[in-house]
Every structure is written in structure tokens, then in C-alpha cells.
Design a protein around this ligand. Structure first.
Ligand code: FMN
Ligand code: 7N5
Length: 392
């Protein structure tokens, strides 16, 4: 697939040329290139409530970023980097780039086209997407917008097991290629900003796209959600998470889908070993972007121990704190097979819908290509820890 892939082997250079040539006509990128500037610009385009919801626990988010600063890339010279490959192999398929878009729910609070705008931008660039259960648009619409580009489904395991089964079966039927169960959000964390703003988007009916379109969910309601949205919201709040889950429940999921199952939100190596014992196909090391446990370990600090525990038996993915290409490089060099890109694409969505997401993603691709080449490597799948040094 990498031979025909849209991102050519000189993508970084082409993108630079495109931008500099437009500059000769007096045009400059309207969406900020630098991640801190991008976040600031996006915040100004959001309601204070949406801005608060996109935030997290200051300490855990800071820890995620600081962990990246402790690792540095040591570039290597004179190694013919003219042919470069951004693709990675995972679960028997090749992803054209070493990242997927992270599952981020309720995007209608950011932009009316929500996950559909994201999917269209992703598909045009052949960037895989991992759709949230709590998406505002329903999974069938998003799957058809993604077409042949890889798309996976993130599962919030409901208290209603029939609903859980229905969600995964719909995902399988709609063509999603993997199920990623999020383990770290069986309750919502104590989120200062949302509490202060007294704001939970679900109570306003946002982020229920996959629920109101589900036959099992609808059957449990006294009236159809179109007639009585309040009853739908109330039922959702009662059933959408399940703090009673244990490792034994994973067998239920296996009975209801043929798709590979990955577990998202693992930080402890013993949990990684437990996951292997339960026969799952992959792990996502993540602290949910510092949104769940204040003071949680930085996800990047957890990554090497989990990779060592897993010993290559299943792919380990990573998210939490990725802001630019060098962060992806570091996570892959530390043993992640691929990563999930989170908030940065939402900052693009806030400013320009599909075009805004596309701008951010094109900048990522260019930066990824140039970072690989200039560090003296030709393939993201071949990076190892000796591409890095750790700050003493
Ligand atoms: C607004 C928002 C909503 C999110 N919703 C979900 C979700 O529905 N399901 C899920 O598994 N993770 C969700 N996440 C977590 C992301 O998948 C990912 O783990 C996190 O954004 C990574 O951190 P980063 O954005 O700082 O890189 C959400 C994150 C944000 C910021
Ligand atoms: C049930 C939680 C939905 C969104 C989410 O995961 C988050 O806000 O972090």
C-alpha cells in the first residue's frame, strides 16, 4: 500500500514548497503551525464550556508533556534517506501512516459537522480513524465517509450488555476493522473545569449519535428519542459506563465479535500481562490525555515497561500528549507500533471544520516525513530505542 499512498516519499519537501510558494502570492497559513499557538487560536474559537471540556487535569496533562522532554533524538548522518516509508504493519494490515486519529467523543460541541468533518479530512489523506462510542454522528455515517481507509471502533462498555453487543455488532457490520475497549473511563474523572462550568455535554443531548440510532437502546425507552429526548439522555446517563467490569467480562465480547480486540488505558505492566492472558490482540498505553486521574503517571513514562512486559506478543499503541511529529518518533522508538493523535486535530476542527482538520494533519505528515529523514532513518516501523537518549 505504501507504494500507492498519497503521502509521497518527498511529502515533507512538497508541503514546504507549497507553503513557501503560496507565500510569494502573499498567503500565509491561517491555521497556526506551532502546537501551542494552534491550541490558543482554537481556544478562542470555542465556547468556554467546550474549551473546558477539551481540557483535563493540569498535573497529568503537564506530566504527559514533560515526559517527552526527557527523551531526545540523536540524529544519524550519511545513511541515504532518499526513500522513506511512513507506513506500519498492525493486526495483519498496513496503516499508511504510523498514527490513527484518537477516539474523541462529542465533537458536535466543537463543530456542527463533528466526526464527519474529521472523517472526510482523514479519508482524503488516507489517515486511519478510531471512532468513539460517544460520537455525535452515528458510526454507520462515519464508516461510509471513511470508505476504504482503515477505521476502528472504540467501545464504551455499557451496563446493558445487550447494548454493548449491539454496538460491536453494528461496528462489525459497518466495516470497522477492530474494537478498542476503553478501560480507564468506567466513571468520569473529577474534572475541575466541567464541574466549575456545571457542564456535561451529554445532558444537552450531545454525543449520543450511536445510542439514539441503536435498536437495543431505543427499545429501553418509554418514547422514541425524537419525541422525548430527555428520557433518552436519562437512560444514557444510567447505562453508558460500567464500573463493575472485570477481566472475566472480556470473554463476553469475544463471543459477540470476530474483530480483533484491543484494550485502551493500560499503564501498569501487570495489567499488560493480564491483558495478554485474556487473549486480546493489542494494548493502548494511555492516561486518557490526563482527563481521568489527577497525578496519574505520564503515559510515555509507562510505555517502556509495558513494551517490555508484552515482549512483542501483541502490538502496543500509545497516546496522551502527542503534539508534533518528534513525539510520534519518540513513542515509536520506545516500542509503540503506532500512536493515536488526540487534541491537535480537534484544534483544527474548531477553526475550520474539515479544512482545519486537514491543515493540521498535512502539517503532521510533513513534519513526520522530515523528522524521519533528518534523524537518519527511512522507516517508522524499524525505529529502536537507540535512536534516543534519556536526559540524565
Ligand atoms: C474531549 C475529549 C474527548 C474524549 N473522548 C474519548 C472517548 O470518547 N473515548 C476514548 O476512548 N477516549 C476519549 N478521549 C481520550 C482520547 O482518545 C486520547 O486518549 C487523548 O485525547 C490523548 O491525549 P492527548 O489528546 O492529550 O494527546 C477523549 C479526549 C478528549 C480530549
Ligand atoms: C463517557 C466519556 C465520553 C468522553 C470521554 O471519554 C472523555 O470525555 O474523556
Amino acid at each position: 500500500m505504501s507504494d500507492t499512498f498519497h503521502v509521497s516519499r518527498s511529502y515533507g519537501f512538497e508541503r514546504q514548497l507549497q507553503v513557501y510558494m503560496a507565500g510569494l502570492q502573499g498567503q500565509r497559513p491561517t491555521i497556526a503551525v506551532n502546537p501551542e499557538a494552534l491550541e490558543q487560536q482554537a481556544s478562542a474559537a470555542m465556547t468556554p464550556e467546550a474549551q473546558g471540556y477539551l481540557g483535563g487535569m493540569g498535573s497529568s496533562m503537564r506530566a504527559n508533556r514533560e515526559a517527552f522532554q526527557r527523551w531526545q533524538i540523536v540524529p544519524r548522518m550519511l545513511r541515504d534517506v532518499s526513500q522513506r516509508d511512513l507506513s506500519v504493519e498492525i493486526l495483519g494490515t498496513r496503516l499508511p501512516v504510523p498514527f490513527l486519529l484518537a477516539p474523541i467523543g462529542v465533537l458536535s460541541i466543537i463543530h456542527p459537522e463533528a466526526e464527519l468533518a474529521v472523517a472526510r479530512a482523514a479519508k482524503a489523506l488516507e489517515i486511519p480513524m478510531l471512532l468513539s462510542t460517544a460520537s455525535s454522528k452515528n458510526m454507520e455515517e462515519v464508516a461510509s465517509a471513511m470508505g476504504e481507509t482503515p477505521h476502528w471502533f472504540q467501545l464504551y462498555w455499557s451496563k446493558d450488555f445487550d447494548l454493548t453487543a449491539s454496538l460491536v455488532q453494528r461496528a462489525e457490520q459497518a466495516g470497522y476493522q477492530a474494537i478498542v475497549v476503553t478501560l480507564d473511563t468506567t466513571l468520569l474523572g473529577w474534572r475541575d473545569q466541567d464541574i466549575q462550568n456545571a457542564y456535561l455535554p451529554f445532558l444537552l443531548g450531545q454525543g449520543l449519535g450511536n445510542y439514539v440510532s441503536d435498536p437495543v437502546f431505543r427499545r429501553a425507552l418509554p418514547d422514541p428519542p425524537e419525541e422525548n429526548p430527555f428520557a433518552a439522555v436519562r437512560h444514557f446517563v444510567n447505562i453508558f459506563t460500567n464500573p463493575a467490569l472485570t477481566w472475566n467480562d472480556l470473554a463476553f465480547l469475544r463471543q459477540h465479535t470476530k474483530l480483533p480486540i484491543l484494550l485502551k488505558g493500560i499503564l501498569h505492566p501487570d495489567d499488560a500481562r493480564r491483558a495478554l492472558d485474556s487473549g486480546i490482540e493489542g494494548i493502548v498505553v494511555s492516561n486518557h490525555g490526563g482527563r481521568q486521574v489527577d497525578g496519574a503517571q505520564a503515559a510515555l513514562d509507562a510505555l517502556p515497561r509495558v513494551v517490555d512486559a508484552v515482549k512483542g506478543q501483541v502490538p502496543v499503541l500509545f497516546d496522551s500528549g502527542i503534539r508534533r511529529a518528534s513525539d510520534i518518533f519518540k513513542a515509536l522508538a520506545l516500542g509503540a507500533r503506532a500512536v493515536l493523535l488526540g487534541r491537535p486535530y480537534v484544534w483544527g476542527l474548531a477553526q475550520g471544520g474539515e479544512d482545519g482538520v486537514s491543515e493540521v494533519l498535512q502539517n503532521f505528515l510533513a513534519d513526520l516525513d522530515l523528522t524521519l529523514a533528518l534523524s537518519g532513518h527511512t522507516s517508522y516501523s524499524a525505529l529502536t530505542r537507540d535512536a534516543l537518549v534519556r536526559e540524565p
